[in-house]
Design a protein around this ligand. Structure first.
Ligand code: OGA
Ligand code: ZN
Length: 378
């Protein structure tokens, strides 16, 4: 695609910006400081990192002269005898104002109970060996936050081998991988046969893990069905019909804590997390890790009302999907979005064994971008 400019106008001196009129009729403004800060000469040709000292120019920097042709816009600056040359395509793609303001919404698509028979299912043999199958799987996971990988080999390594196709694993106090089984001296409710209410893992960490992989090696006991809720849909609904409660949960941090003989890991988090554009991007919710609430007395009661409202929504029938993992299935979900839980099981009726690990969101998103680029270049 080629981008052509018709006209450039220097805005009045208070605005400290110029306005571009594009041949397709769209307009956008660029601030002088932004332009100087993004001059291509500021970036190391190999590392692509900026080495420009922003304080080396004043806040009054402005163009002495601006010209353009079909490819580039050139600016001679009032300071430093410097000339910047921007490709028009780059400017158009990075425009942040007017008609070219970016859509800053996320790629997430929320779901409720009718997602039960639509959960994306992929084949282990494909994702382990084929990058384009890996990309398709990761795109589905990014969008819906829950997928199942089928035909996993019956080995201890299968879970980490598959997760490592995405990136390196996130180690926690439960290890790099962990075994979810009913154990004699459990350090965690997951290691019992009890029902686990819907939760997200490790809210007590400063950064709770991103994507969770749970490989089912055996699930022969009575009970033990898996339950999932897309908290994104619940939060979207709450934002619409109880905006004040939603806001309180997005602004008030509560303490979370896990402790055993060897660790005492605590952190305060808001339950609902928005990004700087107002998108809902994360939930941190875990009844059994929530510590003693310590917010100010002015909001304690209202907070409880908001928290109970959210809990009631989570427990309701509208959002929940239930499925029984079979040996050879692996549930993979965004731990900071899709809540998981399980029904109680009866260990004396058969073996139940899941093996898990995590990969953080940054690594997942990076791999997704790089794969998308290389697969479209192929
Ligand atoms: C966990 C967990 C679910 C299950 O280990 O964090 O929630 O189905 N396990 O056992
Ligand atoms: Zn869990």
């Amino acid at each position: 695609m080629s981008y052509k400019l018709e006209k450039v106008e220097l805005l009045d001196s208070k605005k400290k910006a110029l306005k571009t009129f594009w041949a397709n009729g769209k307009t956008s403004s660029f601030h002088y400081l932004w332009l100087r800060d993004n001059c291509p000469t500021n970036f190391h040709p190999d590392t692509k990192e900026s080495f420009f000292d922003l304080l080396s120019v004043s806040e009054n920097i402005h163009p002495k002269n601006v010209d353009f042709d079909n490819e580039n816009l050139n600016i001679d600056w009032s300071e430093g005898e410097h000339r910047s040359t921007f490709s028009l395509a780059w400017l158009y793609e990075h425009a942040y104002s007017g008609d070219l303001q970016k859509d800053q919404s996320t790629s997430y698509v929320s779901w409720s109970k009718d997602f039960a028979d639509k959960v994306p299912r992929v084949d282990y043999n494909k994702v382990i060996s084929d990058d384009s199958a890996l990309l398709d799987w990761m795109q589905a996971l990014d969008k819906f936050g829950l997928t199942i990988v089928e035909n996993m080999p019956d080995t201890e390594e299968a879970v980490s081998d598959t997760a490592s196709r995405i990136s390196f694993l996130r180690k926690t106090n439960f290890g790099t991988t962990f075994d979810v089984q009913s154990k004699p001296k459990p350090i965690n409710l997951a290691y019992t046969a009890m029902a686990l209410p819907l939760h997200t893992d490790l809210c007590n960490q400063e950064l709770p893990p991103g994507y969770q992989f749970l490989h089912c090696l055996a699930n022969d006991s009575e009970g033990g069905e898996s339950i999932y809720v897309d908290s994104l849909r619940v939060m979207e609904d709450m934002r619409k019909d109880a905006p004040e409660k939603f806001q309180l949960l997005a602004e008030t941090a509560i303490p979370f804590r896990f402790h055993d003989d060897s660790c005492d890991i605590r952190h305060h988090h808001t339950i609902i997390n928005l990004d700087s554009f107002g998108n809902i991007i994360e939930l941190k919710y875990n009844d059994h890790l929530a510590d003693v609430f310590d917010m100010s007395e002015d909001i304690m009661y209202d907070f409880y009302l908001a928290y109970r409202d959210l809990m009631r929504r989570f427990k309701g029938p509208d959002y929940k999907i239930k499925l029984k993992l079979n040996a050879g299935d692996m549930a993979v979900f965004d731990n900071r979005r899709v809540m998981h839980g399980r029904d109680e099981f009866k260990p004396n009726t058969g073996r139940r064994h899941l093996r898990g690990c995590y990969v953080d969101r940054s690594e997942f998103e990076s791999r997704l971008r790089v794969l998308a680029k290389s697969t479209s270049n192929a």
